[in-house]
Write a protein that binds this ligand. Structure first.
Ligand code: SF4
Length: 74
């Protein structure tokens, strides 16, 4: 199991995470910030638990985020 945490309020909408993993990330047309698909929010922090098969792409998204607001555990 992989846990992903997205500090969405700090997102600058650069699209880098979307480019590496379109299944899990998209940019909102409403506010221009990225959306962690399938996540639920507690205050400003979005979280989702995924299968291990997504690990590589999720780690890559965390790596390319220029403001370091994607955390991947597992
Ligand atoms: S890479 Fe980071 S800053 Fe860029 S859209 Fe994704 S979460 Fe936002």
């Amino acid at each position: 199991m992989i846990k992903v945490i997205h500090y969405r309020h700090k997102c600058i909408g650069c699209n880098a995470c979307v480019e590496v993993d379109k299944q899990r990330w998209r940019v909102s047309r409403t506010d221009g910030k990225s959306v962690l698909i399938g996540s639920t929010a507690k205050k400003n922090i979005y979280q989702v638990t995924t299968g291990d098969d997504e690990a590589e792409k999720l780690h890559k998204a965390a790596e390319v985020c220029p403001v370091n607001i994607i955390k991947v555990i597992g």
